[in-house]
Design a protein around this ligand. Structure first.
Ligand code: ADP
Length: 424
């Protein structure tokens, strides 16, 4: 439409200029006070076919003297005319087509000229047809190309969706990864990311599964003992009342162990969903209070090597839990007469807190596992030191929630050092 509009405007302008030229040439074509039409047609620079002219000569007093018509003009002027309000100079003439009208009044004559615009309309139609043809062809080719491209893109996606649906239908088949198409790159990346997600989900599921089965196992042992002693008291308690105090002591210890276990399990599952509010705090102040309270409960001497202030980003409650859990272990796994040393060192962008004991130490092989849930070094189990194997797992959860890092190293000459590095 725009192209047709521009072309017709240009052509109308062109006709307008032609009309002006023709009127000028008409002024020169007067021979013996009447226009010489043949000479005019022969000398005119413009195409005068399909052009109608009416000239009225005017007397000095302004009256019409003579009226001249170019050939066929009288017949042309009898035809019915329809005007187009938007273009006052353009008229539709019955049986002749569309015409451009122009007039000029001089002191000698009044010129009226009608130029055919049929050629212009024809041109506009040709341009429109050409534009429509090109547009139509582009549309067909474009749609075909889009369909082709989208099919190339969607086929691997459809395959991926199908495979994902199949995996979802076969429950427990998360182990099987999805097929990775080589192209297009986007789908290739999507499939790779999806497989990574599947792997991590799978790992998580396995860990959860392992956790539940370990938890059941840990609970089953004290429960079996408790049930055994209850049935012992029931069977022989009346005849042998001397066994009752021992059994009761066992019931007390085992139920307490179960209580700890259940509390730790709950803590682990709670921490899994937890998000902590981290604030800048003074580790020196926090540790001084925690250790002052803790010192009353233990025979171990706890020494503090702290700077005046030690800024760290963290959550106060959770840092207190971390320190208490590591202190509990240091107490459990080192002789009473050995000190426990707490040191805080400020680094460039971090603050490091170390808790060292001079106890049994942890072998390198075990160091890699002590933060796992239910992991207890064999020695700890055999020496009957009470514990659930969940303490350090909870510590590592809390450390992660504080966006901190924990490391376990050997203390010199003996024992273990736990170092937690907090952000500032
Ligand atoms: P537990 O309840 O058995 O203490 P933890 O998760 O706290 O469980 O610790 C896991 C294991 O790591 C312990 O069983 C113990 O073998 C070892 N461990 C932890 N802290 C120390 C330590 N300070 N010295 C020696 N061994 C330790």
């Amino acid at each position: 439409m725009v192209t047709a509009g521009v072309v017709s405007t240009l052509l109308i302008r062109n006709r307008e200029a032609e009309a002006v030229n023709m009127i000028d040439s008409l002024q020169d074509s007067f021979v013996h006070k009447s226009p010489n039409w043949d000479a005019w047609e022969a000398t005119s620079e413009e195409d005068t076919s399909d052009t109608y002219v009416k000239i009225q000569t005017i007397t000095k007093s302004g009256k019409v003297k003579d009226t001249f018509y170019s050939p066929n003009t009288q017949k042309y002027l009898k035809a019915k005319v329809t005007r187009i309000s938007a273009f006052p100079a353009v008229k539709i003439v019955d049986g002749h087509g569309v015409f451009y009208y122009r007039s000029k009044l001089t002191h000698r004559a009044y010129y009226q000229i009608w130029l055919s615009m049929n050629y212009i309309l024809h041109m506009v139609r040709v341009v429109l047809e050409a534009v429509l043809l090109v547009a139509g062809l582009s549309l067909i080719v474009g749609v075909a190309l889009i369909l082709l491209m989208s099919r190339r893109l969607t086929k691997p996606l459809t395959n991926l969706t199908k495979a994902a649906r199949e995996r979802a239908a076969e429950t427990g088949q998360l182990q099987q990864s999805l097929p990775v198409p080589e192209t297009p790159t986007e789908v290739n990346q999507l499939a790779i990311s999806f497989n990574q997600l599947l792997t991590s989900l799978n790992d998580r599921m396995q860990r959860e599964h392992q956790f539940v089965s370990d938890a059941s196992h840990e609970l089953r042992t004290p429960l079996a003992g408790i049930r055994g002693h209850v049935s012992l008291i029931r069977r022989r308690g009346t005849e042998h009342p001397e066994i009752v105090p021992d059994s009761l002591k066992y019931l007390d210890e085992e139920s307490l162990r179960m209580q700890h276990l259940v509390e730790n399990l709950l803590a682990i599952s709670r921490n899994d969903q937890l998000q902590l509010d981290l604030k800048p705090l003074d580790l020196t102040e926090l540790l001084t209070i925690v250790v002052a309270n803790y010192q009353h409960q233990t025979a171990h001497k706890i020494t503090l090597k702290l700077p005046k202030h030690a800024e760290a980003l963290g959550n106060e409650d959770s840092i207190r839990q971390i320190v208490l859990a590591i202190l509990d272990n240091a107490v459990k796994y080192s002789p009473d007469d050995r000190p426990i040393d707490i040191t805080v060192v400020e680094l460039d962008n971090a603050t490091a807190l170390s808790i060292s004991d001079q106890g049994t130490g942890i072998s390198d092989a075990d160091k890699a596992h002590v933060f796992e849930r239910f992991y207890r070094v064999d020695q700890a189990r055999s020496s009957k030191i009470p514990g659930t194997g969940l303490g350090l797992a909870i510590v590592s959860q809390l450390v992660a929630l504080n966006h901190a890092k924990i490391a376990v190293t050997d203390n010199h000459p003996q024992g273990t050092t736990f170092t937690i590095t907090f952000r500032k």
